[in-house]
Design a protein around this ligand. Structure first.
Ligand SMILES: *Cc1c(COP(=O)(O)O)cnc(C)c1O
Length: 429
């Protein structure tokens, strides 16, 4: 069928690689062509053909209180007339740093950047500069942005597109990135033992969201924390997804585990391009101009981005009840989906924590990348399209977490559950 979206996608492919500015948007793993969005409000996305969708992506996280959230829109409008960038310090940046330090544990100093990628890339540079060591450990299926060092078993879009190694990343860089299976503490121990005094950092998604939603088993993060203490390794929590989403203090607060460095993105900018890396004072002091680890950005701390992020974070900070509301909604959805999936007889696993949830068509628990990849992800593709036809916009890949936003009503959740019932019936016929 020719729609405005399909026409735009054809046109987009003439001027943009693959027609999109970020790969997962292309719908490659679920098939079909992407919808072009014209606007969004609250819990709903509207495409260029005038269709309305209940949104479970929330711009991959930032829209935690819904789209076009009035306080954020108003703050951006008010700030814009004072110019969109100065390239000089502002009070807003100080307020933003102070607010984050008051919300998150173990953040004594924090530096703003413009994306989660930049935050993670800078955090490992800091860890290397601080420890004088080169290697890092990351976990299979964890995504830390597209910097060279992280494009090794990186989950998310790379898993979606089945890309194993990335041309353009040199072997030298890739060799300094060691990988382990998520939730396998023994493998971490062995890797650290085999590379004594060479590991600068262990970076992890404390709750993984880039292989679907995968939770750490009890003792896993605690065990890594202990290894890092013993071996003088910097423990980096990549909270680009979980920061300000799972609790005001992110996964550190929720799991009650301390990180040395923490990276942020997504919610921190309320939909504007913002990232940040921060952590313990003695480590962050190596960052220039205080120390010699150079890191900079023309648009870092941009006033429009800061006012958007500050406004949202301040509301989250002052209203912790929002998190319980989000949790309740997510559990309501989980229970509803569980019922209809059980009814359908299709094997499934639902992983959920806070407002992150994912459905895997799997007979075995999904605890790492291998088990996420072993699920029936072709079935997920069918489910995705059946849901989309019924007005529910899920992430277009089985390797992505769904993100709930607090603009979702119980009626929206009921519609979603009903859409799942009908979708499963249609597929299983
Ligand atoms: C999205 C994401 C990133 C990358 O952030 P960008 O803003 O897309 O560069 C890094 N880490 C995690 C855990 C993410 O989910």
């Amino acid at each position: 069928m020719i729609t405005k979206s399909t026409e735009l996608f054809t046109r987009a492919q003439q001027s943009i690689p693959g027609g999109v500015n970020s790969p997962v948007r292309a719908f490659k793993s679920v098939g079909g062509t992407p919808l072009f969005i014209s606007r969004a409000k609250g819990a709903y996305l509207y495409d260029v053909d005038g269709n309305k969708y209940i949104d479970y992506i929330a711009s991959w996280g930032p829209m935690i209180l819904g789209h076009a959230y009035e306080p954020v829109v108003g703050a951006i409008q008010a700030q814009a007339v004072y110019s969109t960038s100065y390239g000089a310090p502002t009070e807003l940046e100080v307020k933003m740093a102070e607010l984050i330090i008051s919300m998150a544990p173990n953040v004594d100093l924090i530096r703003m950047v413009s994306s989660g990628t930049e935050a993670c890339m800078s955090a490992i540079r800091v860890a290397r500069g601080y420890t004088g060591k080169n290697k890092i450990i990351k976990f299979e299926g964890c995504y830390h942005g597209h910097a060279d060092s992280f494009l090794v078993k990186a989950g998310s879009g790379m898993a979606t597109l089945n890309i194993q190694t990335v041309p353009g990343v040199t072997a030298g860089v890739a060799n300094d990135t060691l990988t382990c299976a998520y939730n396998n503490l023994e493998a971490v121990k062995n890797l650290v033992a085999a590379n004594r005094n060479e590991i600068a950092a262990i970076i992890i998604e404390p709750i993984a969201g880039n292989m679907g939603c995968v939770l750490p088993v009890p003792g896993f993060l605690e065990g890594i924390r202990k290894i890092c203490n013993e071996e003088k390794i910097v423990f980096i929590f990549d909270e680009v997804m979980t920061g300000f989403r799972l609790a005001p203090g992110g996964a550190q607060e929720k799991m009650a585990i301390d990180a040395d460095l923490i990276t942020y993105g997504k919610v921190i900018g309320a939909g504007m391009p913002v990232g940040a890396f921060g952590g313990k004072k003695h480590i962050m002091e190596v960052v220039a101009p205080l120390g010699n680890v150079y890191q900079a950005g023309t648009l870092s701390g941009n006033p429009i981005a800061m006012i958007a992020g500050y406004t949202l974070l301040d509301i989250l900070h002052r209203n912790p009840a929002l998190y319980s509301e989000l949790d309740e909604k997510t559990i309501y959805l989980k229970n509803g989906l569980q019922d209809v999936l059980q009814e359908s007889g299709v094997p499934f696993v639902i992983n959920q924590t806070g407002s992150m949830i994912s459905v895997h068509f799997s007979k075995i628990p999904v605890t790492d990348f291998a088990s996420a990849a072993a699920a029936d992800n072709a079935f997920f593709g069918k489910f995705f399209h059946a849901m989309l036809r019924r007005g529910v916009y899920l992430p277009p890949s089985a390797f992505e977490s769904w993100f709930l936003n607090n603009a979702l009503s119980v009626e929206d959740l009921d519609k979603t559950i009903e859409a799942a019932r009908e979708s499963l019936k249609e597929i299983c016929q």
